[in-house]
Design a protein around this ligand. Structure first.
Ligand SMILES: NC(=O)c1ccc[n+]([C@@H]2O[C@H](COP(=O)([O-])OP(=O)(O)OC[C@H]3O[C@@H](n4cnc5c(N)ncnc54)[C@H](OP(=O)(O)O)[C@@H]3O)[C@@H](O)[C@H]2O)c1
Length: 305
């Protein structure tokens, strides 16, 4: 039932953190990090089945949807801090519920570097621009985590790895400091366990430790996975059609636009992960090594933008 809280705890303890996207890459790791720190966690999930593994590790679970304000109001009841990721509705229902949630002292948002560029007309940019605006409008103190491209985007290249070894790209000059999603979760955990005043009102750019060109990226993959790979530029529209065989076309088209933007506006390394966690960001090679099994043959899984 939507909005129903389940789990082993009798009710929310002081300091409970609501984690949205708890069955996803960043949210899942964040739940573990918070529980390891002794912080009570309420995990927002879209179905009871999705919540079982989270309940098994000690989280409360609440069934709700980021598109449904009423379920979010129930999920926020008694919660002190919250972690939000942005889906198609860009946090608007969440912001409406948060504005009325008594006792809610902070919302940490998984935003993106893109939020700093409201002028760029691209759905992946505008989702984050609107998301930050909605959360600001809620009146609840906020922290915006602004990562650039995730290392997990490399999974898009899994078919090339098992095919002809040619990675076709729409913008061969792209060079970005890919971030390991685990670092984003670690940053979120550090923010959510620090005093609210420490980070409230800050937008924190996050990146990996080094800028990698596309040949640099393929060289890391080839070395770690033991398969030769090379990069070949193709026209953007051809790339969209090729990629739409594996992921929804609007997503492929938006992603091509994102890559075009960052080819024209090359991002630099940001010290955000170290500033917040006190240790260096993980390298792309580390991410590939730890996710080698995800490159097994089959349809690619790509983290949503
Ligand atoms: N990919 C990139 O390069 C990039 C760059 C910058 C920022 N980002 C941001 O990072 C986010 C992805 O984070 P991630 O990798 O942790 O995501 P992920 O692994 O794809 O997981 C998405 C999570 O959101 C949940 N979810 C989706 N729609 C929902 C809804 N309507 N109501 C409630 N929960 C919902 C999913 O639940 P289910 O298990 O039910 O599906 C899942 O737990 C993107 O949305 C984007 O805003 C991505």
């Amino acid at each position: 039932m939507t909005g129903r809280v389940t789990g082993t705890m009798a009710g929310p303890l002081p300091g409970t953190v609501l984690v949205a996207g708890a069955s996803g890459a960043v949210g899942g790791r964040l739940v573990s990090r918070l529980l390891d720190s002794g912080v009570p966690v309420r995990a927002l999930v879209r179905s009871a089945a999705r919540g079982r593994a989270l309940a098994a590790v000690g989280a409360e679970t609440v069934v709700g949807d980021l598109a449904d304000t009423a379920s979010l109001a129930a999920a926020l009841h008694g919660v002190e801090r919250a972690f939000l990721l942005l889906q198609d509705e860009a946090g608007a229902p969440f912001a409406r519920a948060a504005a009325k949630a008594r006792g809610l002292r902070e919302v940490v948002v998984l935003s993106a570097t893109a939020a700093a560029h409201p002028e760029y007309d691209n759905p992946m940019f505008q989702k984050h621009v609107r998301g930050e605006r909605h959360v600001r409008g809620s009146g609840v103190p906020w922290v915006f985590l602004r990562p650039g491209a995730f290392a997990s985007l490399a999974l898009l290249w899994a078919p090339a790895l098992h095919g002809d070894g040619v990675v076709r790209v729409p913008h061969a000059g792209l060079a970005v400091p890919l971030i390991d999603p685990r670092d984003i979760a670690d940053v979120a955990a550090a923010v959510l366990t620090a005093p609210v005043e420490r980070w409230a009102g800050k937008a924190v750019p996050l990146s990996g430790p080094e800028v990698l060109t596309l040949p640099g990226r393929t060289a890391v993959l080839a070395a770690e996975l033991g398969r030769p790979l090379r990069v070949e530029p193709v026209p953007e529209e051809e790339w969209v059609q090729l990629t739409a065989r594996h992921i929804p076309e609007p997503y492929a088209r938006a992603l091509a636009g994102v890559e075009r933007f960052f080819t024209e506006h090359p991002p630099a390394v940001s010290p955000g992960v170290t500033d917040v966690t006190g240790r260096p960001a993980r390298s792309f090679a580390t991410w590939v090594r730890d996710h080698a099994a995800s490159f097994a043959p089959g349809p690619p899984t790509v983290v949503g933008g």
